[in-house]
Design a protein. Sequence first.
Length: 560
Amino acid sequence: MIRRMTWRNERSLYKRKCDKTGKEIITMFHSDAPVKVYDRDIWWSDEWDPQIYGMDYDFSKPFFEQFKELLSRVPLASLGNTNVVNSPYVNHTADSKDCYLVYASWKNERVMYSRGAVELKDCLDIYTIEKSELCYDDAICTKCYRVNHSYNTDESVNSDFLWHCKNIQDCIGCINLKSQSHCILNKKYTNDEYEKLKKEIDLGSYKNYTEFEKKFNKFRLGFPYKYGNIGLSVNITGDNIGSSKNTHYSFDVYRDVEDSKYVAHAIALKEGYDGYGFGAGSHLMYEGVDSGIKASNQYFAVLTHGCFYTNYTYMCYNSNNLFGCIGIRKGDYFILNKKYSKEDYEALVPKIIKHMNEMPYIDKNGVTYKYGEFFPSEFSPFAYNETIAQEYFQKNKTLIIAQGYLYRPVLERNYKITLTSDKIPDHVKDVSDSIINEIIACPNNGNELTQCTEAYRIIKPELEFLRKNNIALPRYCPNCRHFSRLAKRNPLKLWHRVCQCAGQKSDPSNSSGQATIYTNTGLSHSPHKDEHCPNEFETSYSPDRPEIVYCEKCYQSEVV
């Protein structure tokens, strides 16, 4: 998974000159990356032809060495976007309009500072949510409206600080509630009582917000958690999976994934294996990153969409029968960007596969790459600390270099700070319009583990949104805020555990970090009554975490 992730830079953007026009462009490729980069619109135009870089296959060299040479020659598109309008600062995004600093997202309008946004309107600071509107600082949510600071919550309205809730309206600081309204910290109030307490909590104040967040985080640890966030699915292991079946060791599956394994950030996929950013109407996919969109039999691919029967491709589209190709758009039967007849292609490919096995590439760490292995990380145009590998598997500079990955120092920014975040007025109603002219210092002061940008701005649409929804202004830069949301989710890893329901109370012995004992309220519905639940499962909650983890039956007896 790490090897694949080192080929995907979602959120590190740079200024660099287009190698075709000399114009300064926004791109995901650092100026030191040894690749040619074209402005995305030019890359998609007829002003150049990827076939002119075609190479004869050389049986005296390993395949991967030849692919590396081709990668240094063929121009690459500056950003991984398709059909984006008025959104220059987005990447790996499609079919979106008026978006700003949005990544790995699809079908959005007026969305800012977000990643994994799908079919959203007017949302800010989002991590992996879909079909929602007017939401702020949420993660792993679906079909919400005016829901803020929430996690793993669906079909809810006008609420703040929800955790594992569904069909909630006008609630604050609740966990494990279903079909409820006017609750605060899981306690039911009358409409008038709720409105009065809501005004007292007043999350438009940053001081009130941080105090309530601390209170809620302590409160939520006193309740059981379901072993995995899996809904409307059959025969599943993993986490954050909806409407899928026969899929294992997979994460962040939006919907309609079948007969797949080891996939993450996937949608509408059948028979996919080992991929990140997989699907969108695809099947028979193996070892890929950002691949699919009505594709089939696509193997070892990065940024490849709408293709059939391909092996080892980078940034190829709407093509068939490719082997070791880069930048091919609407073509058939290419090897190392050289065009072949159908008969010659089909005769040469088996010989190349045989050659890959007989003369494999060996990287600097001594790892052998034959046919069937994904691209070596050392060929990636991105440094480890630029990619999503750093988000899900964090390493410091020393470890990155020691393990043989490329480390790229952060660009020196030299911002002229005009305001420190502690000087921002506490309440959003007291913030003047002049805030949009300030360069605000981030308290994390360039922390590389959160890719801190040292400073940030509040832009006009953002200020309008925060005022209208009575939300306190952020005190950290967008990257640090992203890592804060990322920390709420469980890792892309599973542990084998036993249900902690022990009859009348939860059992703390199965979790070394357990500090709270929960008293069950739904004991009469529990199939094991006063006995310890025997159910075992695979869960993304590690044993050293403080959460109380139940199997689905015990969790449902408490929550539903």
